[in-house]
Write a protein that binds this ligand. Structure first.
Ligand code: S3P
Length: 187
């Protein structure tokens, strides 16, 4: 059992972190936060503009800051950007302050879900499939390292995925950490 306060979602672009996260927040009666959104609000600019002006390194610095702020804040379901796990300090912070769920999606599912997306700078140029495969090779071990639970979202619409995942979390994530003990099961 992990007495974490936050429920943290990690995983690649297109895994459903934001849509599943919103459903889970509703289910558990928690706030929902999204590190990408937090970066954009704090910066006053969209992620493509941040990448353009400050490069990926600039974005990563802002992402680190946003994660630290959100994890120090009220209990929440927190969706993280796909590259948040690249930073060892972030991984430590997520593990220390959250029950971490790795939402998994394979490259064909990602390609399908992101087919019309133009908001992710890392997918803006070149061969999307090759990029996603390279990112998966680099990041999958890091998601696995930080995760308390892995959940495959491949064949499930977000609402169904969230419903099933919520069921798993009821038993695997200590609700007592939120100050909301579960009722004793009937004898
Ligand atoms: C990124 C994923 C994006 C966003 C940025 C970089 C990545 O978030 O943080 O475009 O490095 O994989 P999502 O995973 O929510 O798409």
């Amino acid at each position: 059992m992990n007495p974490a306060r936050h429920l943290v979602l990690v995983g690649p672009m297109g895994a459903g972190k934001t849509s599943i996260g919103r459903c889970l927040a509703r289910h558990f009666g928690l706030d929902f936060a999204d590190s990408d959104h937090e970066v954009e609000v704090r910066t006053g600019a969209g992620i493509p503009t941040i990448f353009e002006c400050e490069g990926e390194a600039g974005f990563r610095a802002r992402e680190r800051e946003a994660l630290a702020v959100l994890l120090a804040g009220p209990d929440a379901v927190l969706a993280t950007g796909g590259g948040a796990v690249l930073d060892a300090g972030n991984r430590q912070l997520l593990a220390d302050h959250g029950f971490v769920v790795h939402l998994r999606a394979d490259v064909p599912a990602q390609l399908e879900r992101l087919a019309r997306d133009r908001s992710r700078p890392l997918l803006a140029t070149g061969d999307r499939e090759a990029t996603l495969r390279r990112l998966a090779a680099e990041r999958d071990p890091l998601y696995a390292e930080v995760a308390d639970l892995a959940f495959d979202t491949r064949h499930l619409p977000a609402a169904d995925a969230a419903r099933r995942l919520a069921g798993l979390l009821e038993s695997q994530w200590r609700r007592e950490a939120l100050g909301q003990p579960r009722p004793e099961p009937a004898a």
